[in-house]
Design a protein around this ligand. Sequence first.
Ligand SMILES: Nc1ncnc2c1ncn2[C@@H]1O[C@H](COP(=O)(O)OP(=O)(O)OP(=O)(O)O)[C@@H](O)[C@H]1O
Length: 469
Amino acid sequence: MPLINVIPGNKIPTAPLNVRMPMWHMPGWLLLIVWTVRGLARLVVLSVRYWWLTMPVGVAVWFRAEYGSFVVLGLVLVITGGCLAWWRLHPASWLRFGWHPIVGRWRRLWVYRRRWASAMATCGLATVFDGDRYIPRLGRVRSSRYGDEVTVRLLPGQIPDDWATAAPRLAYTFRLRDGRAYATSKPDRVTLRFLRRDPLAGLIQPLPIPAMPDFTALPLGVREDGETYRLRLTGSQLLIAGATNSGKGSVIWSLIRALAGGIRSGLVELWVFDPKGGMELAAGQPLFTRFAYEDPDTMAGVLEEAVKRMRQRAARLRGITRQHIATPGDPTIVIVVDELAALTAYITDRKVKERIREALGLLLSQGRAVDVHVIAALQDPRKEVLPFRDLFPTRIGLRLTEKEQVDMVLGDGSRNRGARCDQIPETTPGIGYVALDGVREPVRVRFSYLTDTDIAQLVRDYARPGGAA
Ligand SMILES: Nc1ncnc2c1ncn2[C@@H]1O[C@H](COP(=O)(O)OP(=O)(O)OP(=O)(O)O)[C@@H](O)[C@H]1O
C-alpha cells in the first residue's frame, strides 16, 4: 500500500470484477485458485463488516442443524416477545438502544451503501486522481424517528459548504424529503441530516412559562431535532423577517409568553409598537408598559423616551458595573416593533421619519449593554427598507419570497448552508431558520402558536402590576 498521495476515499474499480489477464503467463487452474481465494477473503471481510446480519443468521443456521426448526422458531418468538415487552415497558430506551440502531444499520446498507457510488458521482462529489476514481467514504448512519444522520469522510479538496450545496440533491437521490450538511468537530468529516418525516409539521403548542425569564435561553419553539429552541437575548437585538402570513406574530407572542413571568413581577417592561394600527398586539395591552399604535409622531415620542431611559441608565451604571441587573425599580426593557418598515420607510413626514431613525439607531447600537433590547418584525428585508440590519446580532428568517432575501436576513452564505426560507411552504406558518451559538449552519425551528384563548389566559395570569398601559 502506498504511503504517499493516499486519497482517503473509496477507489472505484473500472469493472465490478477484474478479469484482465495478467501480462505474464499463468495457467488457468492457478488463476482460478487466485480468484477463489480473493472471493473468499472478500466474503470474510463482508461477513465481519455486517456481523449484525451474518451473526444472527449463522446462529439460526447452527441451531437448526443442532436442535431442529422448532427450536429456532421458539427462539425467534422469545426474542420478538422480549423486544415487544421492552417497547411496552420503556419505549424511550427501546427506541434509543434497540430499534433505532437496527434501523440505522439497515438503512446504511439498503438505502445509502447500495446507491452510494452512483449518488456521489451524479451529485458531483466524486473525484479523479492519477487516473483513478474515488468517492467519499460513507461512515456511520444514525436513525431517529424523523430522519437519518449520515457521517461522511471528506475527500481532499472538499469543504462542508460543497456538501451543503449538494445536500438537497442527495436527499432526492436517496428518495428523501430534505437534506442538509453540517460541519463537525473533526475537520475531515461532515454530517448529513436527511428528513424522512417532518417533526415540525404539526402545530407547536404554547410552551411552559418560566417563573423568571432566563434571558440567555427564552423558550420559543421546537427545533428540527425535537429540542426546545431557546433564544439568547442577553446582549443582543432580534430581527424577525418573513413574508406576509409567515408567522411573525407567533414569534412575537411566543417571546412575550416566555417573558411573562418577568412582566408580572415587574422585572421586565414591554414597550410595544404596532404601526399597523394595533390589530396584532392589542390583545396583550395589560402586559405592556407602553403601547403605541396611532400616529407616527406619538411613536417617535415614545421611542425618544426609551432613548432617554437608556441614557439615564447608562450614566448611572458607568464606572460601577458592566452588567445591568434587573430590579422592579430598574427593569429590563424590551421594545417590540411589529412591522419595522412602517416606522423606518413608509412614513411620509420626513422630520418624524428622521426622529424615528435616530432613536432606533441609538437604541439598537447602545441598548444591548444596558439591558434595553429591540425585537423588530419586518416583511421586506431589502437594504433601503432596513438601514439598521447590521445592528441586529440575532436574526430569524421565516418564509421569504425570494432566495436573495435569505442571505440579506441571515447573513452571507446562509442559504447555501441550508437556510432555505424561500422554500418554506405557505401551509406551514411559524417555521423559520435561526442561527445557534457555535453552530455554523442555520437550524430549522417552528415557533409555538398562541390562539386568542391562550393570549387571553396569558393576559389574565401575567398582567403587569400597575395595570394596563
Ligand atoms: N407558529 C404557527 N403555527 C401554526 N400556525 C401559525 C403559526 N404562526 C402563524 N400561524 C398561522 O398563520 C397565520 C398568519 O400568521 P401571522 O399573522 O403571525 O403572520 P405574520 O407574518 O405576522 O403576517 P403579517 O405580516 O400579515 O402580519 C395566523 O393566522 C395563523 O393561523
